[in-house]
Design a protein around this ligand. Structure first.
Ligand code: PLP
Length: 372
């Protein structure tokens, strides 16, 4: 590759990568941190609100940060095939990186409810797509059993290399702001990402925590402090799939935000530790609130993210309004995936209407000028 530096090259000294490893990269990471300046709730309170737009990774979601690491490691270990369960984005990312590495890829997706863009990606990259008659949690149980018996590498976020790659998003934010934000808002599904960000922030601050001990215990290396206090980690869920709000697993998770339609988060303990250690909290939003914020970001900031991603901004805005996030704070929300992943949902939004007129000047004039 020329030009783009992937995140392994950029942060290699902070990642567990063998010196002679063949790096499998698509130039992931280095996503823009976009200042959200058009939202009055934040502006009026002097709150500096930013979006880390992870939808601009090579396959359209933050999963690529973990996948460059997981597939690079799989290749180093001599693996011939990788496997994952997925609500969509993990399979899209695994399929792309496996194709690049020349590995076979098997993905288990839930029955129905997978966003069209994500399915298209898994298919075009040549992975074997297996649709199980069940939900994500069923798929997860099955792939763990298969990976325990067969010589196939599991690349879900229970693979520790995934979280190592994902922690680099926190590094990028600190490198760009020059300091950590006061609050970091994330959607929470399997809860790998919130654990990874917390690890990244703590690592940069030279702080050892239960979460970083766990991760670094699996892949040890040296790190030095470069920043001050890490942010409070705020995790947001969809009400129909909110195990962190219920205090226990949810059997039949249901939400429009399919990427976080998960009832049994794999990083349950790590995410609780991240929330506790950072003095953060969890909250929940119903489908209507999530779609409203997806629409708001698209219409007033020019950013098209998928529904699951909008949950982070929904959370930030509610906590700004209630004062839980105090005036003058710096807040970063991660927008985890691109809106084009799920065109059907966008088309169903009330604002997505197409005006049909006849092909003559008056009709088109009337359509445009009659509206002004
Ligand atoms: C995977 C994913 C999430 C959830 O991340 P976890 O690490 O599972 O909590 C959120 N949004 C999008 C778009 C995703 O693809």
């Amino acid at each position: 590759m020329t030009g783009y530096k992937g995140l392994i090259e950029r942060y290699r000294e902070r990642l567990p990568v063998a010196d002679d490893a063949r790096i499998i990269t698509l130039g992931e990471g280095s996503t823009p941190l976009i200042r959200l300046g058009n939202i009055p709730e934040a502006e009026d309170r002097g709150i500096e609100l930013h979006a880390k737009f992870e939808g601009l990774n090579p396959t359209g979601s933050f999963k690529d940060r973990g996948m460059t690491m997981a597939i690079t490691q799989a290749v180093s270990e001599g693996s011939q095939a990788v496997l994952c369960a997925s609500t969509g984005n993990t399979s899209a990312s695994a399929a792309a990186y496996a194709a690049r590495a020349g590995l076979d890829c098997y993905v288990l997706i839930p029955d129905g409810k997978i966003a069209m863009g994500k399915l298209a990606q898994a298919m075009i990259h040549g992975s074997m797509v297996i649709q199980v008659e069940g939900n994500f949690d069923d798929g997860m149980r099955l792939v763990k059993q298969i990976a325990a018996e067969a010589p196939i590498t599991l690349v879900n976020s229970v693979n520790p290399y995934r979280l190592q790659g994902q922690k680099t998003a926190a590094f990028e934010i600190v490198d760009e702001l020059g300091r950590p934000p006061d609050f970091h808002c994330l959607p929470v599904g399997n809860a790998g990402n919130i654990s990874a960000y917390w690890t990244g922030y703590c690592e940069y601050a030279g702080i050892t925590t239960a979460v970083s001990n766990f991760l670094h215990g699996q892949c040890p290396y040296q790190h030095d402090a470069v920043t001050d206090k890490p942010p409070r980690m705020l995790g947001y869920q969809s009400s129909g799939a909110a195990p962190f709000l219920r205090g226990g697993f949810v059997e039949e998770p249901e939400t429009v935000a399919s990427a976080i339609r998960i009832g049994r988060p794999q990083s349950w303990d790590l995410a609780w530790a991240a929330s506790r250690e950072s003095e953060g909290w969890f909250d929940e939003f119903d489908d209507a609130e999530i779609l409203a914020v997806q629409g708001l970001l698209a219409a007033s900031e020019g950013i098209f993210c998928e529904p699951a991603s909008a949950v982070s901004v929904a959370g930030a805005l509610r906590d700004i309004r209630t004062g839980k996030i105090p005036p003058g704070s710096t807040v970063v929300c991660t927008l985890t995936g691109h809106g084009l992943k799920d065109p059907d949902i966008a088309m169903q939004q009330g604002s997505a209407v197409v005006k049909k007129v006849s092909a003559d000047l008056d009709a088109v004039k009337q359509a445009i000028l009659g509206d002004r």
